[in-house]
Design a binder for this molecule. Structure first.
Ligand SMILES: *Cc1c(COP(=O)(O)O)cnc(C)c1O
Length: 426
């Protein structure tokens, strides 16, 4: 029996599904997850000594690759000076300066410990500032697992959300309206009907959690305009896209400014972090300045801040985003060619270094479109890739992430494997 199998058997008795976050359990693709022993650069090794070129990148944070020298050095250095004080530190000031410099719409920022916390807190600020209760989110966008956000579209013409998880009160889900991503008309209709009650619109400016779906031209601009017209807060959840699709995130790439922004993943350099921030008039509502309460024992943790700052410093260097763009484009081209040669219907959506190959004809511009993808074929493709030493996300509806540690040779290896795997998964 493999060591991964032995560990999974034990884990399954002690941890729900044997994992500490559900998608790691491989339920969408079958088979068993390799247990990871170590990682370096673009590669991970499992406890059985197998190695994989990794496109999961811890689900987004590892834009420099695994165990990047400056990040590890920063963590070791910080740890030697103590792991947490529950008191302010210079590093938090430096992080606030870096974030506000990168995002002109962020005038004040608060660090938390996860993207979930960031989104949950940003919504609380929006509700506190507007005195309104309704929230508008988009079908297929993910903003962490807070109650108000685990909501899916109601059936038929219903716009009120229904709980997408047991344990979420229907009364709470009813405060969340939903619309299809990229559907500005639906958003305008909701505002026409309920505009005076909507506190905020929250959106992934590039969707990453239904697979990658870029914003249609005018979509983000339209959200900016309609929220402004109705006095609602526009929240960009840039937990994935912040420092990923450009140094200044989707807001820099698309030239649209949010009122509040959620960050996470990359700004923690692989340690647990989140942040929310935005306009001063909104952030001044947060305790202790204002009446919106939010706190955290480990918020602004010195190790996480050190890892994040080391990551941002590396990304601020000339050419980092040109390099990510070139690598992403090479992988996209390779996958498109491989699918064409295998005669497999596929649509590759990419923004910079995040991409998804959907096994369906294009275009894929919202969750309904993404769900047309052949998930059975993805599962076969995923297993065939894993067998060839390429680790993709174990679900069709996730992004593949390219890092600065990937080389052209790594990508070509993945593209070669994909050509075989697509033929095998046909
Ligand atoms: C990952 C993610 C979150 C949640 O972050 P956690 O750190 O897992 O809580 C929120 N929003 C988006 C867009 C994400 O991709």
């Amino acid at each position: 029996m493999s060591e991964s199998k032995r560990l999974l058997d034990t884990a399954a008795r002690l941890i729900p599904g044997g994992v500490n976050s559900p998608v790691r359990a491989f339920r969408a693709v079958g088979g068993q997850p390799p247990f990871i022993a170590r990682a370096e650069g673009a590669r991970v090794w499992d406890v059985d000594g197998r190695s994989f070129v990794d496109f999961v990148g811890s689900w987004g944070p590892l834009v420099l690759g695994h165990a990047a020298g400056p990040v590890v050095a920063a963590i070791v250095d910080a740890a030697g000076r103590g792991t947490s004080y529950g008191a302010p530190t210079a590093g938090e000031v430096e992080m606030a300066e870096a974030v506000t410099a990168a995002f002109p719409s962020i005038e004040m920022v608060r660090l938390v410990s996860s993207g979930t916390e960031a989104a949950m807190s940003a919504i609380r600020v929006a509700r506190g500032a507007t005195g309104r209760d309704l929230l508008l989110k988009f079908d297929g966008c993910y903003h962490g697992h807070a109650d108000s956000l685990l909501v899916k579209a109601g059936s038929g013409g219903a716009t009120f959300g229904i709980p997408d998880s047991a344990g979420v009160p229907a009364a709470l889900a009813a405060l969340t309206l939903t619309a299809p991503f990229n559907d500005l008309d639906a958003v305008r209709d909701l505002f026409r009907a309920r505009g005076g009650d909507i506190a905020a619109v929250i959106v992934e400016p590039v969707a990453g959690n239904m697979g990658v779906v870029p914003p249609a031209p005018g979509f983000l601009e339209g959200l900016r305009e309609v929220t402004q017209a109705h006095g609602a807060v526009l929240i960009f959840d840039e937990v994935i896209t912040g420092f990923r699709v450009a140094y200044g995130g989707a807001q820099e790439r698309y030239g649209v400014q949010a009122d509040l922004t959620c960050l996470g993943k990359i700004i923690g350099g692989g340690l647990p972090v989140g942040a929310y921030g935005g306009r001063r008039r909104l952030m001044e509502r947060v305790a202790p300045l204002g009446p919106v309460y939010q706190a955290g024992t480990l918020s602004g943790n010195p190790l996480a801040v050190a890892a994040g700052l080391a990551t941002l410093r590396a990304l601020a260097r000339d050419g980092a985003y040109d390099r990510l763009e070139a690598l992403g484009a090479r992988l996209e081209r390779g996958l498109v060619d491989a699918a064409a040669r295998a005669g497999v219907p596929a649509t590759v959506n990419r923004v910079g270094s995040m991409l998804t190959g959907f096994f369906c004809d294009g275009p894929v511009r919202d969750y309904a479109g993404a769900r047309r993808a052949d998930t059975g074929r993805y599962a076969r493709f995923f297993q065939a890739m894993l067998a060839r030493g390429i680790a993709l996300a174990p679900s069709q509806f996730e992004a593949a992430f390219v890092s600065l540690a990937h080389t052209e040779a790594d990508l070509d290896l993945a593209i070669g494997a994909a050509a075989e795997a697509m033929a095998e998964a046909r």
